[in-house]
Design a protein around this ligand. Structure first.
Ligand SMILES: O=C(CO)[C@@H](O)[C@H](O)COP(=O)(O)O
Length: 235
């Protein structure tokens, strides 16, 4: 994990798919913490991306955790496949699962950390009764389906509400839950996201659209870390 408990998770949706293994190696070598892996099914969301075969192919290229975000319906059949393909974290959307509690248990039974993803319009009540089974809450700051969208400012209030729930849960149980924020994150807003309570930042276009002249992502990752530094010091 990065200093200050903050983690950067590049979304490989914006990487060069023709050189995906190299892109994963480069971005982790440049200082990223986690590989964020967006799975879309052209059913739950209007886009079609990558599946377990691609996860299996990149697994040997890094020791960093692979964080699979399932934007698919139904969910359960893919959980064992991604666990076998080397996923470390699997998140899904509550609207896409018949039985949220059962899906969370399935993910954990397969040895992965379990996350629940909340769209901008998804109410926080979906967290009720399952906090004890969550390792991660993923707050979407765009509507899911595409990289390169603008950050929805109302997400900041929601992040703050989720942070309060996580802190309450931690005070009662002694167990931390990561608060991941995904969509439209850039150097210009990452500090506000961190101050609202996010600790894990997914960024796709901001990172993969900023490869340096030397072919590395060091500069953009340093920019993101510097931009959130005041929030880290205050945390
Ligand atoms: O899950 C999604 C979109 O559905 C995200 O992970 C995006 O891929 C993030 O990309 P940027 O908004 O940072 O370009």
């Amino acid at each position: 994990m990065s200093s200050g408990g903050f983690r950067i998770a590049p979304s490989i949706l914006s990487a060069d798919f023709a050189r995906l293994g190299e892109e994963v190696e480069n971005v982790i070598a440049a200082g990223a913490d986690i590989v964020h892996f967006d799975v879309m099914d052209n059913h739950y969301v209007p886009n079609l991306t990558i599946g377990p075969l691609v996860c299996e192919a990149i697994r040997p290229r890094t020791r960093a955790p692979i964080d699979v975000h399932l934007m698919v319906r139904p969910v359960d059949a893919l959980v064992p496949m991604f666990a076998k393909a080397g996923a470390d974290i699997i998140s899904f959307h509550p609207e896409a699962s018949e039985h949220v509690d059962r899906t969370l248990a399935l993910i954990r039974d397969h040895g992965c950390k379990a996350g629940l993803a909340l769209n901008p319009a998804t109410p926080l009540q979906h967290l009720d009764h399952v906090m004890g089974r969550l390792d991660l809450i993923l707050v979407m700051s765009v509507n899911p389906g595409f990289g390169g969208q603008g950050f929805i400012p109302e997400a900041l209030a929601k992040i703050a509400q989720v942070r309060r729930r996580i802190d309450c849960h931690a005070a009662e149980s002694g167990r931390d839950i990561w608060l991941e924020v995904d969509g439209g994150i850039k150097a210009g807003n990452i500090r506000a996201v961190a101050e609202a309570g996010g600790d894990t930042f997914v960024a796709g276009s901001a990172i993969f659209g900023a490869r340096g002249a030397d072919g590395s992502y060091r500069e953009i990752l340093a920019d993101l870390r510097n931009a959130m530094e005041p929030a880290r010091r205050a945390a």
